[in-house]
Design a binder for this molecule. Structure first.
Ligand code: SF4
Length: 426
């Protein structure tokens, strides 16, 4: 029996309340390496389209109907391109946009239908892109076949914190105990991809794709920040790293969801900055990524990381919590301090809406990543000044985030109908 199973079993025996755990997936499911600009609007639909066309290669035509949020902001997020690029090499495809029709299960619904030469429907599949590139139907998450099995027997921060304190461990050790040993190779690949996105982004100048004609800013921020004295320079460099990754994402570059494409700049910016300024080894960065992944996974499992479901608090808010926990661990925080840093990262993003201008992952998304990276470092510092004791637990904030997200009107959940998106149109 593996050490994790032994320890967890011993823990369960001594804690009856922990006997009925809901199983949680590998952090590989959270950190997906892929092409931007949107995990829910690009990666998820691309994966669904590939699955459907694979089983209908002899169809005369495939029709894809996009519903709700997927249809409302799908053009800006390149959803149609992701689907057409996946299906059209095999079968002609037609896209139908239904932005005002919300299927009850999730706001990001899609229906794929295959037709024969007489116009008869030969296959039909309704599927949902539920965030972070994950697909689901009414029965729950759908495995793409490449997905990893469930590996975690504990799915809340409270119980994992208790485990850490009981056994004198840290969060990354819980990851190490539960995942297969290959997780460290995977995290090395994740870190390599994150670093490359920063370095490419810092090198690129010009305008981002789309009608906003938004200039890339990472290179300028980086150059200007380098001219300041160290305390201002530090903040400017963090901004530049987050901008670099988010701009790469907005232009369809290769990034890692952390936890989503729209929020992919926060974790790499914080870790890259800390590695460069404090010379943390790669091994310590991988452990920080493991803890950050666990934080994001807990939210994904118990609430949502989908902007269409809970607003931007579930994307950039969760990214901030992940980065805050990772930073706190790197600076030697205790499990309680790490939990506190993650809690503040999320708590102070509660209620944050998703209102992308023109449906593009650009305004407010790109700047928002830079701000959240700075806030993650603040949350780390704030927690470091305490013994980790505080009133509102991370798990409670996750519950509140979920409820707040459900209470938000749909115009603030990736439909491009409210907030900044609406102001821009007007
Ligand atoms: S506003 Fe936030 S949730 Fe919405 S698309 Fe941008 S990053 Fe994603």
């Amino acid at each position: 029996m593996r050490r994790a199973e032994t320890l967890t079993k011993a823990y369960k025996i001594n804690n009856n309340s922990h006997q009925h755990r809901i199983i949680m997936k590998s952090i590989r499911e959270l950190y997906r390496i892929g092409i931007g600009p949107s995990s829910s609007h690009t990666m998820g639909p691309r994966s669904a389209a590939l699955t459907f066309v694979d089983r209908n290669k002899s169809a005369a035509k495939i029709q894809t109907t996009l519903y709700g949020s997927l249809a409302a902001t799908g053009k800006g997020h390149l959803t149609d391109k992701a689907i057409i690029d996946s299906i059209e090499p095999h079968v002609p495809v037609e896209i139908i946009w239904q932005p005002t029709v919300f299927l009850p299960f999730h706001p990001n619904g899609m229906k794929f239908e295959a037709f024969d030469e007489n116009g008869n429907v030969t296959d039909s599949w309704t599927v949902y892109s539920v965030g972070g590139g994950q697909l689901a139907d009414e029965n729950g998450p759908i495995s793409s076949g490449a997905e990893s099995p469930d590996v975690y027997s504990m799915s809340t921060m409270t119980e994992i914190l208790e485990w850490c304190q009981k056994y004198g461990r840290s969060y990354w050790e819980y990851v190490d105990e539960c995942e297969s040993p290959e997780i460290w190779d995977y995290l090395a690949e994740v870190w390599q991809t994150m670093r490359e996105a920063i370095e490419r982004g810092l090198d690129c100048e010009g305008v981002l794709p789309g009608p906003l004609n938004l200039p890339r800013r990472a290179a300028t921020y980086h150059v200007r920040a380098s001219g300041y004295k160290s305390n201002l320079q530090s903040r400017g460099l963090v901004f530049s790293y987050a901008l670099a990754v988010s701009e790469e994402n907005a232009s369809g570059g290769k990034i890692v969801t952390a936890p989503t494409c729209g929020s992919c700049g926060v974790v790499p910016a914080v870790l890259y900055h800390l590695q460069k300024s404090r010379e943390f080894s790669n091994a310590r960065i991988y452990r920080a990524l493991a803890t950050a992944g666990l934080v994001g996974n807990i939210v994904k499992h118990n609430a949502s990381i989908s902007g269409a479901e809970v607003g931007c608090q579930g994307e950039v808010g969760v990214a901030c919590a992940m980065a805050a926990a990772a930073a706190n661990q790197l600076f030697g925080g205790s499990p309680a301090q790490i939990e506190y840093a993650a809690e503040m990262g999320l708590e102070h993003h509660l209620g944050m809406t998703c209102d992308p201008v023109c449906g593009l992952v650009q305004i407010p998304c790109i700047e928002r990543n830079a701000y959240a990276a700075a806030r993650a470092l603040d949350a780390n510092l704030y927690s470091a000044f305490t013994d980790g004791g505080h009133r509102v637990s991370f798990d409670r904030v996750v519950e509140v985030m979920k409820q707040t997200g459900h209470d938000l009107p749909s115009i603030y959940k990736e439909t491009g109908e409210g907030g900044l998106a609406r102001t821009w149109r007007e």
